[in-house]
Design a protein around this ligand. Structure first.
Ligand SMILES: [Zn+2]
Length: 257
């Protein structure tokens, strides 16, 4: 297992401007100055930053994460504008990641952003990129991309926050490779999930923010959904936690420790 919190000795101190900017979250005892230093030293990859991953990337940027790697294929089209909060009408026809990087840099000039206008499964050096991350947020609408990213996380022992939604149904959990249930343990079948599926921006945004919050927990203290599936019924406004069991015979993570 690769996931561990960095000690104070391994982290650079905060600059005065960082202390001032993040004062309201540093005052939260569970996070504190040490947590803020951990965030500032952390790198996260966000796979697709549309309605779901966009708010996750924005929340991580605003929280003061050091570096974001953005991966999203294709060019912006009109029907995406009901939910993609890092995009604008002016960006129609342009690449998603380039545009998202510009939006985030306008919010936070000192954020390091690495945009890739392609899908994770098109990245030749995906394993190398994921190995350099402290956490990965999986928010793609296709199983192909999720499985590919998941494999890279298992290979490199990188923690992965898995967030998915369709209509008013949403789920969130964290995978610590070799320690907790992996994506394959939790969902052995792809379940016939097909595009296009319904998306209301507010549902995707709320789940994206929760994914970022779980990533912040993981980077600064301890993940709260490692091996626990959070199910959110956004219509009834109810949440349920379900324990996930690791399958010792799992073809994906069975041999990992
Ligand atoms: Zn597994």
């Amino acid at each position: 297992m690769r996931w561990r919190l960095k000690s104070a000795e391994e982290l650079p101190p905060l600059a005065e401007a960082q202390r001032e900017r993040y004062a309201r979250q540093i005052m939260q005892a569970e996070l504190g100055e040490l947590g803020q230093r951990r965030l500032a030293a952390a790198t996260a990859l966000v796979s697709r930053h549309g309605g779901l991953g966009g708010p996750a990337a924005l929340s991580l940027a605003m929280a003061g994460i050091g570096k974001l790697i953005l991966v999203h294929p294709g060019r912006l089209v009109q029907p995406a504008l009901n939910r993609m909060n890092l995009m604008s009408e002016a960006g129609l026809g342009q690449g998603h990641s380039t545009q998202a990087a510009e939006t985030l840099k306008r919010c936070r000039a000192d954020l390091v952003v690495e945009p890739h206008d392609c899908a994770v499964n098109d990245l030749e050096n995906l394993n190398e990129i994921v190995a350099g991350c402290d956490v990965v947020v999986s928010a793609a609408p296709t199983f192909e991309e999720r499985r590919c990213l998941h494999q890279a996380c298992l290979r490199t022992r990188t923690p992965m926050v898995e967030a998915a939604m369709s209509g008013y149904s949403a789920l969130l959990f964290t995978i610590l490779p070799g320690e907790t249930a992996c994506l394959q343990c939790a969902f052995p079948d792809d379940g016939g999930w097909e595009e296009p599926f319904p998306v209301l921006g507010a549902v995707a945004h709320a789940l994206g923010a929760m994914a970022a919050l779980e990533a912040v927990h993981l980077l600064t203290d301890a993940p709260q959904l490692a091996g626990t599936l959070l199910l959110w019924d956004a219509k009834k406004m109810t949440m349920t936690r379900v324990a996930l069991r690791r399958d010792p015979q799992c073809p994906a993570c069975g041999g990992l420790d």
